[in-house]
Design a protein around this ligand. Structure first.
Ligand SMILES: CC(C)(COP(=O)(O)OP(=O)(O)OC[C@H]1O[C@@H](n2cnc3c(N)ncnc32)[C@H](O)[C@@H]1OP(=O)(O)O)[C@@H](O)C(=O)NCCC(=O)NCCS
Length: 291
């Protein structure tokens, strides 16, 4: 716990950001990527940036110094590299905690600054995602299989959401996605239906899907899911291969993915497919003080 009760700076709070503020946030995120080597916001923050969410901005004149986003019990905080260690993140966190005193924090890349900040305010890790990457020297050959593999069509949506919830029962965020959540993602600028590949068996039952996307020339395995009734049949490997072929055809040289660091079976599958560990993203929670 900490004693900051009267923050030095009152952040600007907004549910909807004007285009200028959206641009400032994106420019700051790029500046931080250049400096830290890790992009400081996730998809949810980017979706809410254009839509509706909890946004806190600390500015000097027209210059954005720090930004925080809050959604569903977790906040993301970023501070301009030259403005760090001046209490800006502290001010943002103080105001986030006025909204939700139990808000967690995401630390993408779990950088030294984030570790120091979290330790200082009594947060400890509660969830760890492993980021894995693979370089594609050449486009892989198709592997033989007896599935019907095709690009996503709108009529696949219901089956896809059901399969997603079955495959990710253990996953607090992914498994809870609704039809509306998928529709939101499908309507984003980056969505490309050819990168969302569904697999059905000979009875036309959907048995799995792989959702790829391309972010600034880097391919991403956004989601890969196999229905639990069809685990152990090699469908995951078929889907990954289909995803690689798609991304390779789109000219991508590097592919990355996120996986829960305790999901050993998925990590083994990815390692066998040529992925190696690149970094960790850590979710921090404030330790209970017992008071
Ligand atoms: C982590 C981050 C938000 C901290 O922002 P900040 O404005 O520099 O943080 P503050 O000035 O409020 O720091 C408060 C305290 O946290 C600790 N802290 C902050 N950065 C630290 C660092 N690099 N190393 C060790 N401790 C650090 C210190 O105890 C600091 O108090 P002090 O400066 O009086 O010693 C910033 O480094 C950043 O934007 N990093 C990239 C994005 C990111 O990782 N976000 C995740 C946040 S959990």
């Amino acid at each position: 716990m900490w004693d900051t009760v009267s923050p030095l700076v009152e952040p600007k709070k907004a549910r909807h950001l004007c285009v200028l503020d959206q641009t400032k946030v994106l420019i700051l995120a790029e500046e931080i990527l250049d400096h830290d080597g890790v992009y400081p916001l996730n998809d949810q923050a980017l979706i809410d940036l254009e839509g509706s969410g909890v946004h806190l901005l600390i500015e000097r004149g027209n210059q954005l110094l720090g930004y925080a986003h809050y959604h569903d019990s977790v906040a993301q905080i970023m501070v301009a590299p030259l403005e760090r260690r001046h209490g800006i993140a502290t001010d943002l966190l103080t105001h986030i905690h006025l909204i939700d005193p139990h808000a967690d924090l995401w630390a993408f890349g779990n950088l030294d600054g984030a570790q120091g900040f979290c330790a200082h305010y009594g947060f400890s890790p509660v969830r760890e995602l492993l980021v894995m990457t693979r370089h594609m020297d050449e486009i892989p050959q198709p592997v033989p299989h007896d599935l019907v593999v095709s690009s996503f069509q709108p009529e696949d949506l219901e089956d896809l959401v059901l399969l997603n919830s079955r495959a990710f029962q253990f996953h607090p965020e992914q498994g809870a996605l609704t039809i509306d959540d998928f529709k939101t993602r499908i309507s984003t600028q980056w969505f490309d239906a050819t990168g969302l590949i569904v697999a059905r068996d000979s009875q036309e039952t959907m048995v799995g899907f792989i959702w790829t996307k391309i972010d600034q020339d880097i391919g991403e395995i956004y989601v890969v899911a196999v229905d639990p009734d069809y685990h152990g049949l090699g469908i995951g490997r078929v889907l990954l291969n289909e995803g690689f072929i798609h991304l390779g055809n789109m000219g991508v040289a590097t592919v990355r993915l996120w996986v829960e660091s305790d999901n050993t079976s998925a990590i083994v599958l990815y390692q066998r497919s040529g992925f190696t560990a690149a970094r960790h993203d850590v979710r921090y929670r404030m330790k209970e003080t017992g008071t």
